[in-house]
Design a protein around this ligand. Structure first.
Ligand SMILES: Cc1cc2nc3c(=O)[nH]c(=O)nc-3n(C[C@H](O)[C@H](O)[C@H](O)COP(=O)(O)O)c2cc1C
Length: 273
């Protein structure tokens, strides 16, 4: 499966069938983690945690809730510029690898940190930021879905329109037709996972560069913009991996003279080479 197929197939899995990862799949994920690294030289680790929480009251998912997971990827990161973007980029690469081998996954901000903490040794400046259950889709759907309070499929399909997320050099809505060869990388960006499906990033598109901006955090945990740095890192992964696949040469650079967008904070630009 190539990266485009994996991006198109990926969706958040909230019902796992209770089976632990097979030895082959566990090995494949561990080898992929071993062979890759987060971009921008940031400090991050991904720990594969095998945990059967049994009767322990573990919160898995603040809103959708998750059932039947036995294996988890824990994303641990340090401090410094672009650390959330870089570590999110990397975990999303692993998520897409999981999709490509038939392993379902879901990013979780809402999980009981203390239950996971005993499986992970943190250095002083490290944070266990996100847990990502991995396994085989199936089994009973979480109660919230069965009684109709929640619908994973509908949420997956409810991504913001292309013209909302992507803007031209004047800050006006960009159509797919006007995006030129950036269209496919942008389409693949649009379907990336995002906390609460808020998609808080915007991309200003010019022929030579795509500039990524985010909704700034108001400093309120889980409030507006709280997950922006993680969400944009995931979006950047989908974007650059598609560029690599399409042979669109370029690299991420932080520019001094990037365009501005009202109420958005500049993060980084993908500059064509
Ligand atoms: C950083 C991050 C945190 C998330 N946290 C949760 C969570 O706590 N509970 C949950 O049910 N889904 C969580 N999700 C999954 C999103 O709800 C999901 O990506 C979004 O609804 C889009 O659906 P899709 O992933 O199927 O495309 C999270 C996603 C991201 C990227």
């Amino acid at each position: 499966m190539d990266i485009l197929e994996a991006i198109r197939l990926r969706h958040s899995t909230r019902a796992f069938d209770g089976r632990p990862l097979t030895e082959a799949d566990h090995k494949s994920i561990a080898s992929f983690i071993e062979a890759t690294a987060p971009p921008f030289g940031v400090h991050a680790r991904i720990e594969l945690i095998q945990a059967d929480f049994g009767d322990e009251r573990v919160k898995l998912g603040t809103y959708g809730s998750v059932k039947g997971a036995r294996d988890f990827m824990g994303l641990i990161y340090g401090e410094g510029p672009l650390v959330q973007e870089g570590s999110a980029y990397w975990l999303e690469q692993v998520v897409l690898h999981c999709t490509s081998i038939g392993v379902g996954s879901i990013w979780l901000a809402g999980f009981t940190h203390s239950s996971f903490a005993k499986h992970v040794k943190l250095a002083p400046a490290e944070t266990l930021g996100y847990a990502c259950p991995v396994g085989y889709e199936g089994g009973q759907r979480p109660l919230a879905e069965r009684i109709g309070l929640w619908n994973s499929k509908k949420l997956h399909a409810a991504k913001k329109p292309f013209e909302t997320l992507f803007l031209d050099a004047e800050g006006q809505p960009l159509t797919p037709q006007a995006a030129g060869d950036w269209e496919l990388p942008l389409q693949m960006t649009r379907i990336a996972p995002s906390a609460k499906n808020l998609q808080p990033y915007r991309v200003v598109v010019t022929p030579t560069a795509c500039h990524f901006l985010i909704q700034p955090s108001m400093g309120i945990p889980s409030g507006p913009g709280w997950f922006s740095h993680i969400d944009v890192g995931i979006a950047m992964c989908h974007f650059e991996q598609t560029c690599l696949h399409q042979g669109i040469a370029g690299s991420f650079q932080v520019l001094d003279d990037a365009p501005t967008v009202p109420d958005r904070q500049y993060v980084i630009s993908y500059v064509r080479s």
